[in-house]
Design a protein around this ligand. Structure first.
Ligand SMILES: NC(=O)c1ccc[n+]([C@@H]2O[C@H](COP(=O)([O-])OP(=O)(O)OC[C@H]3O[C@@H](n4cnc5c(N)ncnc54)[C@H](O)[C@@H]3O)[C@@H](O)[C@H]2O)c1
Length: 279
């Protein structure tokens, strides 16, 4: 059971913090079960330990003896160096979760040279408030209990989808990177509203609630997004005018290209940082 597990994050940046916050504030995990390991940045360690009351240590002081779950949360380009250093301190009972975009379980398994259960989890930063959607795919040494644990941990920070590792790139394109597209959309809605006379704070509230309501409608109604869109769009009305501008300016294409480009980048991260052929 997750509650009784000790977790170490290797890398304590944005994604690790979002997960720590979700685990403590939403899933009510005890902070003394969580350790975050960060390299030279002492200021960051102090920030996280005072904010969440978790233990934070420098990589050089790492001890994973009483840990159960090791969550890799460094950048993909740091994967090899970090794994090379970790492999001497890892112990047979460890379950390894990796949030690294692009980097395959096979690559991690090969560097570790031992049959560790390695599970990719792709959350997003909405983990911070327990509203992530997290994709999970298992490496070849993963047993049911390990997968159950990864699922439990991911459920603690939001919703979960079990996917194949091949689907991880596109999952990353939609869900891992997705919040940024919506923030970008909101930034632009806000700018336009300010230009047309609203205060920024008011504009932000309105746009954010509109996005939230629309998103909830998609989740709770039986209609598809296209059907829901049609119900908003009166012939020759305001929405039709707005959508026309979106279409004329390549809005739909831009969104599709964003997802595809992010998925391609996930694939290319693998080629860039792994010295094995891509999946
Ligand atoms: N940010 C997101 O929205 C998001 C979503 C899903 C997955 N991810 C994945 O999470 C990982 C981390 O992303 P991030 O946005 O948190 O990046 P980040 O740069 O904020 O965090 C990375 C952290 O790793 C630390 N680090 C670097 N080398 C280290 C070492 N040797 N030992 C210990 N710590 C070390 C850095 O100091 C930094 O704090 C990436 O692989 C990314 O693909 C991120």
């Amino acid at each position: 059971m997750l509650k009784y597990k000790n977790i170490a994050f290797i890398g304590a940046g944005s994604m690790a913090e979002a997960m720590v916050s979700g685990l403590i504030n939403k899933a009510e995990m005890s902070p003394d079960r969580i350790t975050a390991v960060n390299h030279t940045n002492e200021e960051r360690r102090i920030e996280l330990s005072s904010k969440y009351k978790i233990q934070t240590v420098a990589f050089e002081e790492i001890s994973l003896r009483n840990k159960d779950v090791i969550i890799l949360a460094v950048k993909p380009k740091q994967a090899e160096a970090v794994l090379q250093r970790l492999k001497s301190v890892l112990q047979d009972h460890h379950v390894i979760l990796s949030v690294l975009a692009g980097i395959s379980t096979r690559y991690i398994e090969e560097i570790l040279e031992k049959p560790f259960p390695v599970i990719r989890v792709m959350p997003n930063t909405s983990s911070m408030i327990g509203e992530s959607i997290t994709g999970i795919s298992a490496g070849k040494y993963v047993e049911n209990d390990d997968l159950d644990l990864a699922q439990e941990l991911s459920k603690a920070i939001g919703k979960v989808k079990i996917i194949s590792e091949k689907q991880m790139d596109v999952f990353t394109g939609i869900a891992g990177s997705g919040p940024a597209y919506f923030y970008y959309l909101l930034e632009h809605m806000e700018d336009a509203a300010v230009e047309y006379g609203l205060d920024r704070e008011l504009a932000r509230d309105i746009a954010a609630q509109t996005l939230y309501g629309a998103s909830k409608m998609v989740m709770e109604s039986d209609d598809s997004p296209a059907e829901l869109r049609k119900k908003v769009t009166s012939p020759n009305g305001t929405t039709a005018a707005g959508l026309q501008a979106l279409k004329e300016n390549g809005g739909g294409d831009a969104i599709e290209k964003a997802v595809k480009n992010a998925a391609r980048r996930s694939r290319s991260l693998r080629k860039e940082f792994e010295k094995v052929p891509a999946l």
